[in-house]
Design a protein around this ligand. Structure first.
Ligand SMILES: Cc1cc2nc3c(=O)[nH]c(=O)nc-3n(C[C@H](O)[C@H](O)[C@H](O)COP(=O)(O)OP(=O)(O)OC[C@H]3O[C@@H](n4cnc5c(N)ncnc54)[C@H](O)[C@@H]3O)c2cc1C
Length: 267
């Protein structure tokens, strides 16, 4: 019979000490929306589960033109936070598309980023936003650009002993934004998700466009021009849809996202 030890440290230092001590034998528990099914199906058999929910990583703050989001901020808080609505509303729009109410109540920003599902919304949004992930270990702290953090399917640049403690995002106040996605049923992971951020110049011409795609590769894909992006994509086929269909959908969603983002930038 399989069992594991459960620990719930109350300080980051204690958590980092435990992660260092147990290494690959340990799993961090945040919202549990991916880890619990993984344990249920015995896809992982950690000897120790380190519950980080008591750590003080649940704040959203804004200063110096930077937005800081703690790893334990839940998706529903992204939807409801006034600070997010004012400083980075694309995050609220993305959070509303994730899973169902239970998933949005429990799932965390840090958990979504660390889990690194290629079809997940937040990794794509953080890629479009040029966000920096803040990572701590017993020997210090470092930050990584979202674009270097995601390295493959369910794979990141995290090294053993590291915990994601939060995300830092430079202000994007003048950008219009939109998130578009297609999924088989409401609440399912996206087949394709597109995030668009657009800034216009004084004449209303596009001055900067940032695009990121989810569901089209083994990690979020970043691009600056819609046609180039569509042509450059080589999405995989799976049990549900072909790669060619995914590519077509990516082009359609990209146009829709850019149209809505430009309308918002003009408003
Ligand atoms: C029915 C259902 C539908 C879903 N639909 C979607 C969807 O549409 N879009 C979407 O994006 N997701 C979806 N999800 C997944 C959901 O977003 C998960 O919440 C997310 O993948 C993991 O976040 P979590 O906080 O629950 O992390 P957990 O499940 O607790 O952990 C996930 C993994 O990340 C590690 N981890 C967690 N936090 C940290 C941290 N701070 N530092 C380092 N490692 C950490 C854990 O050890 C584990 O390996 C769905 C899940 C379910 C059950």
């Amino acid at each position: 019979m399989y069992g594991f030890e459960y620990v719930a440290p109350e300080t980051l230092d204690d958590a980092l000490g435990l992660v260092r001590e147990h290494g690959d034998d340990a799993k961090i528990l945040a919202g549990g929306q991916s880890l619990i099914p993984i344990l249920h199906y015995r896809l992982a058999r950690p000897r120790v589960v380190i519950d980080i929910n008591s750590l003080p990583l649940g704040d959203v703050t804004a200063d110096d033109g930077r937005l800081r989001i703690g790893a334990l901020v839940r998706y529903h808080e992204l939807e409801e936070s006034d600070t997010i609505a004012r400083r980075c509303p694309v995050l609220a729009e993305a959070a509303r598309l994730i899973g169902n109410v239970r998933v949005r109540t429990l799932g965390t920003v840090g958990g979504s980023l660390a889990h690194a599902d290629p079809a997940a919304e937040l990794p794509a949004v953080m890629t479009a936003l040029d966000a920096r992930l803040v990572v701590a270990s017993a020997s210090g702290r470092r930050t990584l650009a979202a674009r270097e953090f995601f390295t493959g399917p369910l794979t990141t640049a995290l090294t053993p002993g590291e915990i994601v403690t939060g995300v830092e995002i430079a202000a994007v106040p003048a950008y219009g934004w939109a998130v578009e996605e297609l999924s088989r049923r409401a609440g399912d992971f996206a087949i394709v998700a597109v995030v668009a951020l657009v800034r216009l110049d004084r004449l209303g011409r596009v001055d900067d466009a940032r695009l990121a795609f989810g569901g089209v590769a083994d990690r979020p894909v970043h691009a600056r021009a819609a046609q180039v992006a569509r042509d450059a994509l080589d999405p995989p086929s799976d049990a549900f849809v072909s790669g060619a269909y995914r590519r077509h959908v990516a082009g359609v969603l990209c146009r829709r996202a850019l149209t809505r983002a430009v309308a918002r930038a003009l408003a």
